[in-house]
Design a protein around this ligand. Sequence first.
Ligand SMILES: *Cc1c(COP(=O)(O)O)cnc(C)c1O
Length: 382
Amino acid sequence: MKIPVLDLKPQYQQLKGEIDSAIARVLESTQFVLGPEVQLLETEIAQYLGVKYAIGVNSGTDALIIALRALNIGAGDEVITTSFSFYATAESVSLVGAKPIFADIQSDSFNIDPTTIKDKITTKTKAIIPVHLYGQPAAMSQIMSIAKEYDLKVIEDCAQAFGAVYHEDCIGCDTTCDESERKALTGKYVGGIGDVGAYSFYPTKNLGAYGDGGMIVTNDDNIAELAKMLHLHGAKKNYHNELLGYNSRLDSLQACILRIKLKYIDHWNSARRNIAKSYNQLLANNPNIITPIISKGHVFHQYTIRVTNGKREKLKEYLGNLGIGTMIYYPIPQDQLPVYQGQYSPNPISMKLAEEVLSLPIYPELSLENVEEVAKAINNFE
Ligand SMILES: *Cc1c(COP(=O)(O)O)cnc(C)c1O
């Protein structure tokens, strides 16, 4: 691909000196799993996000599973989440024995529509998992009010949203939610708003490691204590295991790489926002495209357009032939995947958007020239 959808090389080349020497330092220390690098990363991320606890784990999926377990969610419980996400969100709910219940999304934010949540609440409902999809904060003020009213826990799936900040211009929080709540949440990083936040450091994410990794964040002492136990085989003290836990540790090589990258994340996220602004301007007059809304705290993990003339596949192929990479996140809503076959009736907006979405190349080092070339190709497509 001439313009790939994602290129991780320029970032490594920029930081090669720093990263290579940090890796050498960890190798010399022979402290490969957990250890001081992981502790330092946990402290630095907790500070950055403004939360009390950050606990490194093996992946974003593990972060979700352990968060659910730490909230005592399991068999017989229901968890409301969005139809439109990567399958790890629903999978984690199913894996702990609970039943995912799927709410539809807002067509302008791609995130869970808070006005559809109440209808899904039953006596079995224990939690809501909003996903900050593509790096766009979900309507947290509304979601937190509903959670408060019905005594539900909130787990934020922040896998795509490291550094995203909730703002008053958040889509879906602008009319019917409590104004004082909205003001109180404004300026907060996602992940620290609900009871627990789950992050992924998969290499393609905004803050990406060079392997798998994840993090659980919380302000709650009990959740933190349980999550710490669960990620180390359910033990507070080695060889005195109290719970059925997991082997879900972050390794030191990933932690040392992430500590370096954390210093640049704000700069990278603002570069992503600038790319999104350029795309939006360049595609503004295309009648077949709906461009994403750029709310204040959006960190554009993906820049995703809607192709509304039914020619999404043709456009994708056309761009591919010009050497321009694109992706479809996601072609099938979670509840319609083969794994859940026949269990859920489809949510109409999620179904519609699954046929329209197309994610264009975006990464901090993508040049304006390349952005212009992609937009021009799209605008030339008949
Ligand atoms: C990537 C991702 C996950 C899972 O993270 P892993 O680290 O790959 O396990 C969960 N939810 C969403 C929305 C994601 O994009």
